[in-house]
Write a protein that binds this ligand. Structure first.
Ligand code: PBG
Length: 322
């Protein structure tokens, strides 16, 4: 008989054998920025997460930094009446996210600021790219993504993070950044991004639901895994710095596979809105303890091979450490 219970005899022993440890630096905090001032409004579909105007965002970031956080990812949220079919508000001069980045970096130069690069929060049709008829036109979309990335890079972002799942998006962004001598800006590629129901609450947060249709012609099919490796391979060759798998919980196998195939690459797992809300709502109904479930879920993402975790629980986790 093997006496494996020996490893579990008491908490001290269990801690000694723990192979995975979460730390403050493992987290990337997602923030949703809106225009205006003095706005801090809870997002109905994402409990405990807020729409923040830049002034309030700076205050919240200050709190997060005090808790040990050193990385954030920014999403811009605009009113529907400002959206058009080319997503102009994403890249016009002094756009919301660019201004936010500038102010954040002025105040917290050490903080690593990642800016999500996509059109879906800015187009009236809700797609992540430019439409040609009913289809999203890959190559026509690329220059727009490059324009967005350039505007965020100019504003001082440390990373731009293209999430549109257009082929060649990393390549064009790298090219444009190089051309402008912005060679220090890093690219976090949403490399393996699956077409997923678990983005539902996020789409409520940025009002980017698609009236008719879905994103399955560009986001990955969840019945595939080899394509995830192909996506990562392509993005590395195109010049990205970090790669991401998204969602995380439902795709731990993909995270693991990528980690094994590319052990040297920095890999980010995104615990997406629906995965976060599953825990929130189940806990709220009293079926499990929120902190315990959160810890287990986040640890699983790291155990599977992710170096960093994007999570709406980042701050709750940091508070728990205190
Ligand atoms: C934008 C984007 C989405 C998410 C992050 N960036 C939505 C989507 O692709 O439909 C989802 C994040 C989440 O659900 O928490 N392309």
């Amino acid at each position: 008989m093997q006496r494996l219970r020996r490893f579990r005899k008491n908490k001290k022993i269990r801690n000694k054998y723990a192979e995975v440890q979460l730390a403050a630096e493992d987290f990337i905090h997602p923030y949703f920025v809106v225009a205006g001032s003095n706005i801090k409004k809870e997002i109905a579909s994402l409990q405990g997460v807020y729409h923040l105007s830049i002034d309030k965002l700076l205050l919240d970031i200050e709190e997060s930094i005090a808790l040990g956080l050193n990385k954030i990812i920014l999403f811009g949220v605009i009113n529907n009446d400002l959206k058009d079919n080319l997503g102009s508000k994403a890249y016009e001069n002094a756009n919301l996210v660019a201004v936010a980045i500038k102010k954040i970096k002025e105040k917290y130069p050490q903080l690593i600021v990642i800016a999500d690069v996509c059109l879906c929060g800015y187009t009236d049709h809700g797609h992540c790219g430019i439409l040609n008829g009913h289809d999203v036109d890959n190559d026509a979309t690329l220059p727009f993504l490059a324009k967005i990335a350039l505007s965020y890079a100019h504003a001082g972002a440390d990373f731009v993070a293209p999430s549109a799942m257009m082929d060649g998006q990393v390549e064009i962004i790298r090219k444009v950044l190089n051309k402008k001598n912005l060679t220090n800006i890093k690219i976090l590629a949403y490399a393996a991004k699956y077409s997923s129901s678990f983005y539902g609450p996020f789409r409520g947060a940025v009002n980017c639901s698609i009236a008719n249709g879905d994103r399955s012609t560009y986001q990955m099919d969840y019945r595939t895994q080899e394509q995830a490796l192909m996506e990562v391979d392509a993005d590395i060759k195109e010049g990205c710095d970090w790669v991401m798998v998204k969602p995380a919980h439902t795709y731990l196998d993909i995270i693991h596979k990528i980690k094994l195939a590319y052990p040297e690459e920095i890999l980010v797992g995104y615990q997406v809105s629906g995965e976060y809300m599953m825990i929130k709502v189940t806990a709220e109904r009293g079926f499990f303890d929120e902190q315990e479930a959160m810890l287990e879920a986040l640890t699983a993402i790291k155990r599977s091979g992710a170096n960093y975790i994007i999570s709406y629980y980042a701050k709750d986790y940091l508070k728990m450490l205190r």
